[in-house]
Design a protein around this ligand. Structure first.
Ligand SMILES: *Cc1c(COP(=O)(O)O)cnc(C)c1O
Length: 375
């Protein structure tokens, strides 16, 4: 067990904003069911609390990656419909059935194991079928569709849903989207009357052509940017404040941090924050004289990281604050309303998804509000 004093970083999760984001996406996809993707600890926000808030907002269909995540959602939400994106783990059929989890089946081996269990118990346990339309990850290959159909027709089995996943949804004008959409149409034609699902957050926001009967947003629920190069319309869910430990001075010509990768070109005021790569503040956010790094928000201004990010601490140049310097114990916003997760991710050379799911650091998680919204 880890003991906490409450003195570390404060990660605040706005469950009201999460619920509003789900409702907003549910409006955009009116006519389709809006699921919620809560894999990877609900993108770092906490799978139990976030799933409950999404359920209170109206979500009934949940996607997770692993059976363990499925069990966690099941324990929190006895009536939820839960799909396991990783499919049927070998030997896990009994567990899925006991927990009422639906595998997203994507191979003949998974299909045979699931159907075998259905035959053994003489019951058509629900599942989804995933067809690969061009991302070359999980899923049946397209040329298996006829075989799959024949196999289930003989048994009188039908999946709850057929689905696929887009490779380039974050770039709406990428031609691969239209190609995958057309190929998905050919899959659907093999399974007439079965509900279909293709859209992640970005495809949901791109247009109705991608909605079908169910949409599967993840990142947009948590306030992340789904579509590249466009203003992000979603509300901020995750805010991280970390404490400033010390405010100090450095002189022109001195270097900052390991490897002496940053040299001060003026007499500077430096704030040392209790936040390093062990907390998910990627080392790629380090600032050198050649390449700026991340920024954090202190006393109304965005202030740059200087030098290398260490395991537990980072150095922030607060010279621009003039005489309005922060006090030790004061918080610096790493992301939230003034620094978006995506701005920070851009500076790190990664994506908001990785920033959020890397938040396994030494912070206190606080929840604000819940999923219950005024109608
Ligand atoms: C993660 C995932 C999603 C959600 O994607 P976002 O880009 O976070 O909206 C949807 N479908 C599948 C198959 C996924 O793996």
């Amino acid at each position: 067990m880890t003991l906490t004093s409450g003195l570390g970083g404060q990660l605040s999760i706005d469950l009201g904003a999460l619920a509003r984001n789900w409702r907003a996406l549910d409006k955009v996809s009116a006519g389709a069911l809006t699921a919620a993707v809560v894999k990877a600890d609900a993108y770092g926000t906490g799978i139990e609390m976030s799933s409950k808030a999404l359920h209170a907002a109206g979500a009934r269909f949940f996607f997770v990656a692993t059976p363990d995540e499925g069990m966690t959602v099941r324990a929190a939400l006895p009536d939820a419909h839960i799909f396991i994106l990783g499919g049927l783990y070998p030997g896990a059929a009994n567990l899925y059935i006991r927990q009422n989890l639906m595998p997203v089946i994507g191979s003949m081996a998974m299909l045979e194991e699931w159907l075998g269990k259905c035959i053994e118990r003489n019951e058509a346990y629900p599942s989804a079928f995933h067809f690969d339309t061009g991302i070359n990850r999980l899923g049946f290959r397209l040329n298996e569709a006829a075989l799959v159909r024949e196999r289930i027709e003989r048994l009188g089995y039908a999946p709850q849903m057929v689905m696929s996943h887009l490779a380039c949804a974050d770039q709406p004008s990428h031609e691969k989207n239209r190609t995958q959409l057309a190929l998905f149409g050919s899959v659907m034609a093999q399974f007439p009357g079965i509900p279909a699902s293709l859209a992640n957050s970005a495809a949901l926001m791109t247009g109705r052509d991608y909605h079908f009967q169910m949409v599967r947003p993840g990142i947009a629920l948590y306030g992340g940017r789904a579509v590249a190069g466009r203003k992000n319309p979603m509300g901020t869910v995750v805010t991280l404040h970390v404490p400033i430990l010390q405010v100090t001075e450095g002189r022109t010509g001195e270097s900052v941090g390991y490897g002496a990768t940053y040299t001060l070109n003026r007499n500077s005021k430096l704030a040392i924050i209790a936040h390093g790569y062990a907390d998910g503040f990627f080392r790629s956010l380090s600032g050198t004289n050649q390449r700026p790094g991340g920024k954090v928000y202190i006393r109304g201004k965005l202030c740059p990281v200087v030098g290398r990010i260490s395991m537990d601490i980072s150095v922030i140049d607060v010279t621009e604050l003039g005489s309005d310097l922060p006090m030790p114990g004061e918080g610096a916003e790493v992301f939230g309303p003034h620094v978006s997760v995506d701005d920070q991710a851009d500076a790190a050379g990664t994506i908001g998804y990785e920033m959020l799911t890397s938040l396994k650091g030494r912070y206190n998680r606080n929840y604000v509000g819940d999923g219950r919204l005024p109608e």
